[in-house]
Design a protein around this ligand. Sequence first.
Ligand SMILES: C[S@@+](CC[C@H](N)C(=O)[O-])C[C@H]1O[C@@H](n2cnc3c(N)ncnc32)[C@H](O)[C@@H]1O
Length: 423
Amino acid sequence: MLSEVSYKTPYDIPDLLKQIASNGDNLQEGGEEARQACLTAARNLQFALEKPTESILRTRVAEPAHHAALQVAIDLNVFQKMAERGETVTSATDLAASTDVDVVLVARLMKHLASMGTLYEEETPGTYSLTPYSRALSQHKKFQEAIPLSFNVIGPSFAKLPDYLKTTSYKNPHEDLSKIRYSKDHNEYSGPFQFAHNTPKDFWEWIACQPERVCPFNNQMNDRVTGLSSWDDTQLRPLEEKLGKEAGDEQVKLLIVDVGGGKGRDLKAFHKKFPTLSGQLVLQDRPSVLDDEEVKGLDKKIQVMKHDFFTPQPIESKGARAYYLHSVLHDWSDEKCAVILANLKPAMTKGYSKLLITEHVIPDHRANWISTTFDMIMMCCFASGERTRMDWEKLLGDAGFKITSIQGGAEPGTESLIEAELF
Ligand SMILES: C[S@@+](CC[C@H](N)C(=O)[O-])C[C@H]1O[C@@H](n2cnc3c(N)ncnc32)[C@H](O)[C@@H]1O
């Protein structure tokens, strides 16, 4: 059986098994690197061993059904209820009683959640315990809020992508497809998101008008679940030297302007790491983001400023040491990014101000699934995309910047820190 599968698959099954065995033995000492190697080999082994009929069932129905079951479980607080019971196992009957929901329904949902790895089914049939994933879902609002956002906001865009692409004769989604109708009644700018949600608004305008979604979305941006992180320590550490001492300016007035900085998570992390570094930190974003209560509680070192980055950068004077764009440019086409960058340039001082960008840099070969997933999200929600190194060089070069370094994220599939300056 194995040799038959191995013959047909491009994966080397014996080698994958060896990788799992050697990295598995080394999980304690090997740390994150061994875990990642083991996980990659295990994922590839699944692709190699699954029959096409199993793969098709998994992708077309098992995974969407899992997503739906997760959404229902979130609606019913299933994971919190399991955690609150303080027991290691819960039966569908107990859970149905505490959620006041039909036991047959609860049992069916739990079975699918267990078969897909979100719950663990114990030796005793019909009893379940939490896995690290469902425990995280039980404990953290950021995980609970992520599911409805993917289910109700991003999911419909994915579902409609094939129809949208058919409509556009398979053009790469781009805002310039302005003749594409977003619905039968309208004839305005449209991307897959507008097509799916039947709206002329861009994602940011749309979400700002959704009172029940705007706060979870801003929280989600502020407290990322995966793939997009606050700058990690390896990226953060050298910045003290670069932004502080290297400036040759003991009293830096303006240290970082975080443009489209959300609720200030990155500036908070920066200030926590380097509390004594001189210079003001400035947080800029749309009113719907900055009016959030959490923003009002930011340290006074962080000045909060409503600013539309499609208008000239208001922080000029001598120029800040760094203008920072984290997960901003991937939301926009090259043409729109050119406008954002052109608005920053007059504010920057050549040889002094840096442009810092935290974004995915998609490798040309064997891109990680997390980066490719974000690329698909960008395609569907923003008619934009993640960029390769060459894309970044072109985008920034055309805008008058030269890249001085690209520091990869600590984990595969996470964002890199790109440093650039005016030439
Ligand atoms: C993907 S989020 C990233 C937020 C933040 N930099 C982070 O990494 O958590 C993109 C941000 O761009 C902001 N944004 C979108 N359009 C904007 C505009 N025209 N002017 C300023 N900010 C904008 C959004 O409100 C959002 O906070």
